[in-house]
Ligand binder design. Sequence first.
Ligand code: NFE
Ligand code: MG
Length: 568
Amino acid sequence: MARVVVDPITRIEGHLRIEVETKGGIVTDAWSSGTMFRGLELILKGRDPRDAWVFAQRACGVCTTVHALASVRAVENALGLVIPTNARLIRNLIAGIQYVQDHVIHFYHLHALDWVDVVSALSADPARTSDLAQSISAWPLSSAVYFKGVRDRLQAFVDSGQLGPFANGYWGHPAYALPPEANLLAVAHYLQALDWQRDVIKIQAILGGKNPHPQTYVVGGMAMGVDPNSPTALTVRRLSEIAELTARARDFVEQVYVPDVLAVAGFYKDWAGHGAGIGNYLSYGDFPEGAPDDPRSFYLPRGRILGRDLSKVLPVDQASVAESVAHSWYTYEGDETALHPWKGQTNPKYGGPKPPFDTLEGSATYSWLKAPRYEDQPMEVGPLARMLVAYASGQADVKTAVDDALGALGVGPEALFSTLGRVAARAIETSLLVNRLGVWQRDLEANLKTGDLAIADTSRWDPTSWPDHAEGWGFEEAPRGSLGHWIVIDKGSITNYQMVVPSTWNGSPRDAAGHRGAWEEALIGTPLADPERPVEILRTIHSFDPCLACAVHVHDPAGGPGVTVSVV
Ligand code: NFE
Ligand code: MG
């Protein structure tokens, strides 16, 4: 038996330590530890609820805008505000392009190198790489000359000894399965995606003033002019720029990202048998296409699946969410083992071993993440949860797209419950949303043409119009999964604010009943070919797209070491 410790897991946002126990080269138990504390929820106490979104949005620079959206929704819910149609559609557009950019960056820059051996790409034949590229896509950058150029560029990196983003990979690891040509193709697209993502996110800058952290939210709607005839508002020219950028986004997703995911997945079908995890899936649903607070109008439906049973989609009620701190570095006053977020507390109390330490073994508390549970059950959230809930709900676009992808890979729906299923679900979701952006834009233009220029309901702007005490919740589907903000307002100020974030669901430690979190559970049964180079741990953990900055909502002033992998 050996303990394998990876700390930190890189190519994620924030600080994550994973420890696993192995027996005979197979993972038999796992611990997920968020190693930083931030306390944003404490920073929000005492503030004006109308300002909360600006602070909350700083939880993260990766999923950026999602905390602003969850925050304004929580305050709107507390004050009983319904946002106008224009605001609903602009919010959908900002959130939608965020998904598209975030998912593509995740695949190429945060996850692909778990599957793609960069050094092997150096031995690829550019002509055969060109043949491969043209066999899977009509994307024009696919000539032998182009791929030779990429290979030469990569060789120059290696010769200089400065590998940059490709330093310290597990190159040559026996678990890599792609031929050199597929590796070169993926490296070429890794580089292209860097430029592409910078361009397409301009949509957020057009609609939000800047990226990351758009600045145009307001409680009750959006704070921007939408008169197509005014030079300072969202003009016809701006709308046509958005349409052009959306087309660029769509071309890359359809002609590069999706074909690459399918091609890579074809070499790793064994990963449809690893990484399933708990089998409970939660989606709050999002992208309202009618009444903004009616989940029946959502493009991606709300629902819950238990025990991988796709025949039933169960309802979701915010009252059923609670966070346990039984194994976290927090204390709750009183005897409660789990608290609903309106009653939530953020009392940090480090209870792990004194650093530096080798392992967390024997430490009852081991993470700065709390353990969110739905009716006491751990849930997986994220693209796979959303696609499964939508698929089981009979959402027509999702059903067609999922069935097509399963058909292309020649696997059945059970393959979805896996590490590979997560990667595929993210690509399917990206493809659906990049196409939906055009629908929301057309709806926005059509609504503006009717003369409806309403952009915010400011009827409750004055705090003297508020009740003495109000409670609200705001749900959002962030790229990594279900995000909830809960707010309590007393006499115009925030008296409690709790954020229950996607990576907190997925990366949670055990709860009071001993249930593991989604990452912990997903690692069990994973084979490790070489425990000193545990690429298999990275595959499954990265498939969730972790974000610890969101999840704990500090830093090591001394800097600390780089990545250490130890087998103890
Ligand atoms: Ni920091 Fe986030 C997303 C949120 S995290 S990335 O998506 O909310 O889990
Ligand atoms: Mg929290």
